[in-house]
Design a protein around this ligand. Sequence first.
Ligand code: NAP
Length: 305
Amino acid sequence: MEEIIIIGSGCAGMGAAIYCARAGTNPLVLEGSQPGGLLTTTSDVENFPGFPEGINGFELVWRMREQAQKFGARIENVAVASVDFSGEVKKITTTDGNVLEAKKIIIATGSAPRMTGAKGEAELYGGRGVSACATCDGAFYRGKDVVVVGGGDTACEEANFLTRFCSSVKIIHRRDEFRASKIMSDRVLSNEKIEPVWDSVLEEVLKDDNGVCRGVIVKNLKTGELREIACACVFVAIGHVPNTKAFVGAVDMDADGYIKAKDNTIVRTNVDNVFVAGDCSDRVFRQAITATSMGCMAGILATQH
Ligand code: NAP
């Protein structure tokens, strides 16, 4: 039986792994289907303390991983299908059918991009002109016109990033002002390659004869008007949903699937010896530094006797 199993390998999982490993518990990290988590899909992280020049998201989380391994964390390429936390021994069934046992668990499974559900979106997702990651896919659209959907920091960051490659970027937002921080909004509004399309939502992603995106139809929510915009790709950036399906019924969650912390403990769940860290429980801050810090807290508590 393992002493501690950490589920997830993003900032939260790695923050926990560093603290658990340094405490001599030889933790096992199940890295899940996205090794390194969502941060690996980010370009420059400018607000993680200690890197005044910024650091690439992938590099940041990979350095955390090396740090955890240096102190004895073991990382396995395994994903979780279901769990049984009802007994003293916590049980995890992996997607390949193995059952793992541990005294303590830290859940750090992060979140996944939310999609709009517009017609054609799911069909063209993943290589045919609908993407949820400009950092991953932006370079494929060099010299093309693209659109971004959303009005938060992610949408603004992605729109700015895409102007490095693309001829034009239209940013489709359902209101007439961005939710993003002022610095990110200002960058978008002053970038001459970006044009905001206010008060509008994605209705449909259109495909050409080869089955790839040729444009979108957007609807103006104030006038009801439909408008066709030609584009080679749609980057959807409207927030995230927590990766917590495997834990339904095992720990308390809110109505949207975020794992709830017990009382004001931040990282303790309602189940003894089961802790949580990062974006699978945090719908407010969602930063690399806050996820890493939650991992630290969970790691400290999990290594106390
Ligand atoms: P977010 O702040 O929740 O913004 C989501 C955006 O998508 C909002 O503008 C929202 O519109 C829109 N939206 C949500 N559901 C929609 C739907 N079904 N159809 C159309 N539009 C929809 O998410 P985020 O931008 O991913 O940011 C998440 C967190 O990460 C935030 O705390 C953010 O500050 C942080 N972040 C920080 C940085 C950075 O500091 N460099 C970079 C990226 C993200 P409304 O505005 O109308 O609600």
